[in-house]
Design a protein around this ligand. Structure first.
Ligand code: MG
Length: 316
């Protein structure tokens, strides 16, 4: 987006398993442009009235809305000559650890992924209900006493794959014994009562991902999970994400801030909210090889935000 010759960068990431496509995003932008040509909106009024218009334009279209919202934040920061750190007042909050995702893989592939993980010290292991314990044992054998990786932590993401609550309970206790920090979406999102019983007895936080998308979902799942995974592409941008953070904190829920397969643009936007979170899963730029931007980095396992106004991202 542009105002007075200043450009604000945004990004819509479109995982193939979600309904949005580049065509739907472009159609949304065209519709927005038409509305803006009638109702002139200036950023001097702030982001909220602008995003109210964007959110009311059409339902869903969360990635397209996130792209507009991220660009507005970047533009606002650049126009006011402040970093989003100042905008969100996170200057004095400590950085959080970000995890590096390892998909379901055998020993050789896992070894290679750990070697590629560079400065990360926290790993997210995907489990699918098959060979779950073997995967964790392989990971622990590859990282224990490793001078290369130093001390590491791990969490698991089940992506709704466990269907049996007894198996899930047994696994969660076993995972806690192995040192898992949290378990994400162990059961299908519809199994809310079963998840609530699991969470009640779980020795580690149980985090909702597929079960929570936007602010309104939080009340519905409150009590069934210990916390929520917030992603900008799921919820429609930083404005909605910040509201979710505020509500989750009021309800004493834990916060994980995550991403899809995204470039440094959208991941830097999410990283600006990470000081409010308990953990981050912002490995997107490290898992792609066509990143057009430079922005957030990870050093000694923790998020390092870029300097500069707005998002602080630069085109490569
Ligand atoms: Mg997940």
């Amino acid at each position: 987006m542009e105002e007075n010759g200043i450009t604000g960068f945004g990004e819509a990431a479109l995982p193939p398993y979600l309904p949005e496509t580049s065509e739907t995003v472009c159609a949304f932008f065209s519709a927005l442009q038409k509305v803006l040509s009638v109702k002139n909106r200036s950023l001097s009024e702030g982001i909220t009235p602008f995003m109210d218009l964007v959110n009311n334009l059409q339902p869903a279209n969360f990635a397209a809305k996130a792209a507009v919202d991220i660009a507005l934040h970047d533009l606002l920061g650049k126009t006011r000559r402040i970093s989003l750190r100042n905008f969100f007042h996170t200057e004095n909050l400590p950085p959080v650890f970000s995890s590096y995702t390892i998909g379901v893989s055998g020993t050789g592939e896992m070894k290679q992924k750990i070697a590629e993980s560079g400065n990360f010290r926290f790993f997210k292991l995907k489990l699918n209900g098959e060979n779950d314990k073997k995967i964790i044992e392989t990971f622990l054998s590859l990282t224990r006493n490793s001078e290369e990786t130093g001390r590491v932590n791990f969490c698991v993401d089940v992506n709704q794959a466990w269907k049996d609550t007894f198996y899930a309970m047994d696994m969660i206790y076993w995972l806690a014994d192995q040192g898992a920090v949290l378990v994400e979406q162990p059961l299908p999102k519809k199994m809310l009562d079963e998840t609530a019983r699991l969470t009640e007895q779980s020795p580690v936080p149980v985090i909702a991902d597929e079960a929570v998308q936007v602010l309104d979902d939080i009340e519905r799942i409150n009590g069934a999970f210990s916390g929520i995974n917030i992603k900008l592409m799921k919820c429609g941008g930083m404005t909605e994400a910040k509201k979710m953070i505020t509500r989750a904190k009021e309800l004493k829920m834990k916060i994980l801030i995550g991403c899809m397969s995204e470039s440094s643009c959208a991941v830097t936007a999410a990283a600006h909210l990470s000081p409010f979170a308990d953990w981050a899963d912002l490995d997107g730029p490290y898992l792609i090889n066509n990143d057009p931007f430079e922005g957030v980095k990870v050093a000694e396992g923790k998020i390092v935000l870029p300097g500069g106004d707005g998002l602080g991202v630069k085109k490569k």
